[in-house]
Ligand binder design. Structure first.
Ligand code: 5RP
Length: 218
């Protein structure tokens, strides 16, 4: 199977976690695009979605799925999203698509985070994938200096502006042994909006697509 076929298999497995009549939290990325396409098949049986990016909102609307403002809802049973890396404790690096801040906000509201991945995303230690950090533009040099002091090598994501009007520094060379602590330390740097470590609030369920089928971990 190709990596894209594996992503599609994980995305389809996530439909099992959607309760009829509810609003569904939807992430961002190529794996989630498969999920949105699959969700379209049951659009009459859900109320709609809240989305973590303009791109996902556009795809949901193109399928005729209503997109709700997060502030208009009180509860969100499930959030489905991909990851760039996920470890054994379900801590993740996310933000390869640059949507990390809205993803973290929607995930914070959700009762359950269902992570959909192909098997290449499963790692023992986070950090081979460069850690995305969303920064306020005027603070980018200050934040880059602080990230170097933490042992990383930040590189500006060229030609990219987030849905929130900010910049992304991709931090190379970090070996993240203590994800919760690293997430908190980076978020404390003035000028950081958020970073792509999802450790304090990691995934609850992992649907990992392998050549042998989709493995489910809780
Ligand atoms: C976007 C994300 C994605 O979930 C992550 O980058 C994985 O993407 P893909 O499903 O395309 O491999 O965090 O900001």
């Amino acid at each position: 199977m190709t990596q894209d076929e594996l992503k599609k298999a994980a995305a389809h497995a996530a439909l099992d976690y959607i309760t009829e009549g509810t609003i569904v939290g939807v992430g961002t990325g190529s794996t989630v695009n498969h999920f949105i396409d699959a969700l379209a098949g049951m659009r009459e049986r859900i109320r709609g979605a809240v989305s973590s990016s303009e791109a996902s909102s556009a795809r949901l609307r193109a399928h005729g799925i209503d997109v709700f403002d997060l502030n208009s809802i009180d509860t969100l049973p499930v959030y489905v999203d991909g990851a760039d890396e996920i470890d054994a404790g379900f801590a993740m690096i996310k933000g390869g698509g640059g949507a990390l801040t809205r993803e973290k906000i929607v995930a914070a509201v959700a009762e359950r985070f269902v992570c959909i991945c192909d098997a290449s995303k499963r790692v023992d230690v986070l950090g081979r994938f460069p850690l995305p950090v969303e920064v306020i533009p005027m603070a980018s040099s200050h934040v880059a200096r602080a990230l170097r002091r933490l042992g990383g090598e930040p590189r500006m994501r060229e030609g990219f502006v987030t849905d929130n009007g900010n910049l992304i520094l991709d931090v190379h060379g970090l070996s993240i042994d203590t994800p919760i602590e690293m997430e908190a330390r980076i978020n404390q740097i003035v000028g950081v909006v958020t970073n792509g470590l999802f450790a304090e609030r990691g995934a609850d369920i992992l649907l990992l697509a392998t050549a042998g089928g989709v493995e489910r971990y809780v």
